[in-house]
Design a protein around this ligand. Sequence first.
Ligand code: NAD
Ligand code: KPL
Length: 298
Amino acid sequence: MIAILGAGSLGRLWAASLPAGQVAFVARPGASQGAAGIRYRFRPLTDSGTTIEVPWLRASDAPEMVLVTTKAGDTLEAVAGVIERFSASIPLVLFQNGLGSQQAVAARWPDRPILAASTTEGANRPEPDLLVHAGSGDTWVGPLTEPAGNQLDSITARLGASPLRVHPETDILRRLWQKLVINAGINPYTAVLDCPNGNILSAPLYQDTIQDLCGELSDLMRASGQGNDTPETLRQRIETVARNTAHNTSSMRADVHRGRGTEIAFINGYLARLGKDLGIATPVNQMLTERVQQLSPK
Ligand code: NAD
Ligand code: KPL
């Protein structure tokens, strides 16, 4: 059995995709579990919809792994609240966007097998009991702590029993950085400008700051041992994704629309903090972080 902590969009996508009967959601500590589990409608990419029922993990269940699909800002507390339920050899796979939350979990439990995943799957919940698989992608999984290293192939194979494409990645930090660059160059602009991804490209705020933002990203990556990509290369990558997802509402814009906290502290906020630590000026990351923080409750 695979346990999933975080019954939101991504958690429900995994629960609907893994073989039926082999998944359970981990309840928040102290939460009253009126029902036996969670029931929702699932709209896959191609087939017609179906109804999914996922039980709550029982105290007597011993899951083989835990997928952590909370938002970055909730992750450390969510894991801390339940980790004692799982034996020390059970791997935890962290699915958060951005950087910072994964390192915080790995630093707190270095002796546990902790892995991170970077995914380009897209899922959302236009209604509370409807899960839409909005875009197919790839998921890379790789170890963060030493004990996770020898479990990578078995975990990838187990998750690959779903229709989702899953790949082992020994350098998961590199993948997380690649996605971080894209999110740092698209998400805050869409939130501040309140527009779909493609519309940022012609906006003065974007045009006036993107070259400097990419300069900051390039400097931070080089200083962090993440290669020597030039600002121009990073800008091209950001703009290719913005064009390919031109009509999408980014996750950050969606969070602002719903009045929820965003993941800005783990995207541009993470980069601004890293800049301070490394002695690299990051005024554009700082400005974007502050502008987004003004839009959302945390
Ligand atoms: P979400 O807000 O839909 O789901 C998070 C869930 O975690 C919510 O249901 C929330 O109630 C639950 N949660 C929070 N604290 C908890 C706790 N202590 N115990 C149990 N549950 C708790 O978010 P999401 O869209 O599923 O995204 C989750 C993470 O995956 C984010 O970091 C996001 O950036 C990343 N991600 C999402 C997608 C996607 O398509 N949705 C794609 C790539 C990456
Ligand atoms: O990952 C994304 C997000 O919205 O968080 C992008 C790539 C910007 C697609 O919308």
